[in-house]
Design a protein around this ligand. Structure first.
Ligand SMILES: [Zn+2]
Length: 416
């Protein structure tokens, strides 16, 4: 089945298949003016810009009326399977309590876990699906989803089964991450090793058997999992061949980046607290055969919690790539749109619009090792793209903050 999309005033992100950009390369934008895209069975078969070259034998033709087109956005870090918002903690924080104080009093992740444990799988599915639809409407066509609000064997499996159902019902790429090590449940407060044993001996084997996780994650941070505990979990997961993506350095200089690189993690996410040693660790990672650990900033969390932003400019000055994600979750980033992340990256992290664009497309794809399928528009890639009426979209989208600039979202060449 062939389909031609034409009358595209600007087609952005036309990098070679497999591209991700590091350092100064993140400023280099590939764009085709007056473009067309030929799609065959959901995959890009050709891209061109001269009307004379436009295929004529094509069955279905879609006139995009001079709109601009970008690759579908890639959200490499979300927690969209949750049971309830946490409005009351929002108010507590505004009244002066810190995220850590709320967590220490049984709020935070443990609060979400209690509510999720009590909710049926069907109800959780419906809620997660509504959030996924919202993300698709805002231009996100690849989504990573983590567990971590279960914290019991049954509840963690319940979340991952919800993600599996989403994968079966949606054509967009969905990747699942097992984050049993998100927090210590109350009953393990004085027996942390007991909970780690539960993760390793009870949760992991079932997850592997039912193929419920594409990656493993650990919240390696102050008040959560130590570097040693993180290493223990990642070592066990690596025996099953499950790659790591970890929460690191949100709350302090905790060694999270170093342990991520040591364990050849695909990404280390958060990074609000990073100094020279962390930058050196990332650079070391990219000199190694495993392909490096992508630094992923989550500016929605910094904005919502009022904590520092990851020093993404310093990463780029040191020649590193940078990706950005929403961290969509009920406690620290109730934010579905990568367009807002794009705006925050510019206004708060001082990234250039084009750098932030690459951070939510090709580099975010690399954080999931999907850069051969999504994140750029090139022959052989999936026809996952978004149409915007906004002119000069690379600057216009982050500039007109708070609007949804997406006119239409296409996955495998089909409008959804
Ligand atoms: Zn997170």
């Amino acid at each position: 089945m062939k389909k031609l999309f034409y009358n595209i005033s600007k087609l952005y992100g036309t990098n070679h298949r497999g591209t991700f950009k590091s350092g100064a390369e993140m400023q280099q934008l590939n764009v085709v003016d007056n473009a067309w895209i030929l799609v065959e069975n959901g995959i890009i078969a050709a891209i061109g810009n001269a009307e004379a070259e436009m295929p004529s034998e094509v069955m279905e033709r879609v006139d995009l009326s001079g709109a601009e087109v970008l690759p579908g956005f890639v959200d490499s870090h979300t927690h969209i399977v949750f049971a309830a918002p946490r409005h009351e903690e929002f108010a507590m924080r505004l009244a002066g309590a810190s995220y850590e104080e709320i967590a220490a009093n049984g709020g935070g992740i443990l609060n979400s876990a209690r509510k999720l444990q009590a909710m049926s799988e069907d109800e959780l599915y419906e809620q997660a699906e509504a959030r996924l639809k919202l993300m698709l409407a805002h231009g996100t066509t690849t989504v990573e989803i983590k567990s971590g609000y279960g914290l019991t064997v049954d509840a963690e499996l319940k979340i991952l089964r919800v993600v599996k159902r989403l994968k079966q019902h949606y054509t967009c790429i969905i990747k699942s991450t097992f984050l049993g090590a998100h927090a210590f449940p109350v009953e393990y407060k004085n027996n942390q090793q007991g909970y780690i044993d539960l993760i390793i001996n009870e949760m992991l084997p079932v997850i592997v058997q039912e193929q419920l996780a594409d990656h493993i994650d650990v919240f390696c941070d102050k008040g959560f999992f130590t570097v040693e505990q993180t290493a223990q979990i990642l070592t066990e997961a690596s025996k099953y061949g499950i790659p790591a993506k970890i929460h690191a350095n949100e709350l302090g200089l905790t060694g999270g980046v170093q342990v991520a690189v040591e364990h050849e993690a695909w990404s280390a996410d958060h990074l609000e607290h990073c100094e020279e040693n962390e930058i050196a660790a990332f650079k070391h990672g990219f000199s190694q055969n495993y392909g490096g650990t992508m630094p992923v900033g989550l500016p929605g969390t910094s904005y919502f919690l009022g904590i520092p932003y990851a020093p993404t400019k310093r990463f780029m000055e040191n020649g590193l790539p940078v990706a950005l994600a929403t961290d969509f979750n009920p406690g620290s980033s109730p934010l579905c749109s990568l367009q807002t992340i794009w705006a925050l990256a510019c206004t708060q992290m001082k990234m250039m619009p084009v750098e932030a664009f690459h951070a939510i497309t090709c580099n975010a794809a690399r954080a999931l090792r999907l850069e051969n399928e999504v994140g750029s528009l090139a022959v052989g890639m999936r026809a996952d793209f978004v149409v915007t009426k906004t002119k000069e979209a690379i600057k216009g989208i982050p500039y007109f903050m708070g609007q949804n600039h997406i006119e239409a979202t296409f996955v495998l060449g089909e409008r959804i």
